[in-house]
Design a protein around this ligand. Sequence first.
Ligand code: BTN
Length: 243
Amino acid sequence: MIPSFFRIRCLEETDSTNRIAMNAARAGEPEGLVIQALRQTAGKGRRGRVWDSPEGNLYLSVLLRPRCPLPKACFYSFAAALAVYEALAHLRGEEALQFKWPNDVLIDGKKISGILLEAAPVDEAGLVDWLVMGVGINVVSHPDNPTYPATSLAWEGALVPLEDVRQAFLRSLHHWCLTLHHDGFNPVRRAWLADARRGAVLVKLPDGDIEGDFGGLDETGSLILRLADGGEKVIQAGDVFFL
Ligand code: BTN
């Protein structure tokens, strides 16, 4: 069963479910709305990239109104990553599943899902009025891009109906959103770290690339990078590539 908190609107085609959910948020829609599309014509990825959205994969955006300060909004993308992980673990088993900062879920090092969180500007009280959590899970197909190796449930041998993926994801998301609400980021951070991919990484930043070892996640959700000179660098935003 999908938790009754969620109200699902399923569209055959749209440009981007995030855009539809953001418009609904601005129009005053209560939280819990889920916009799903069978295909997207202009799916949005992180950092201005395009998210290929052919029919058969899961594309949905969840509207939340957690009334939190902006720096805490990113905690919800870790909750989403945990929910994707648990859904995949439930549907195909946990083997070779890992997180990659900030919120990718990998199978055998290949990306199977993407999360794009978009938030309203903060209000006079310094709080975010709404958050839209956009999630794509490769169910039957994945893009072929050597820079960002990807995979899908079908490619990994799990032929699972789209509705089952949606249900498993939303059930787990509900759990992790409640955990965040009641217990804060610590349990979310702990669960994420338990299955985070570790090792040497290259991080692409706007002012150049930097190499180091994955050193964990700090209490704000930033990446800790251990540098060769023994120092540490805390990274708030960037693209991570394992070496
Ligand atoms: C990433 O670049 O990893 C994030 C991809 C997020 C894609 C999802 S698909 C559903 C929702 N609608 C969008 O336009 N993007 C997100």
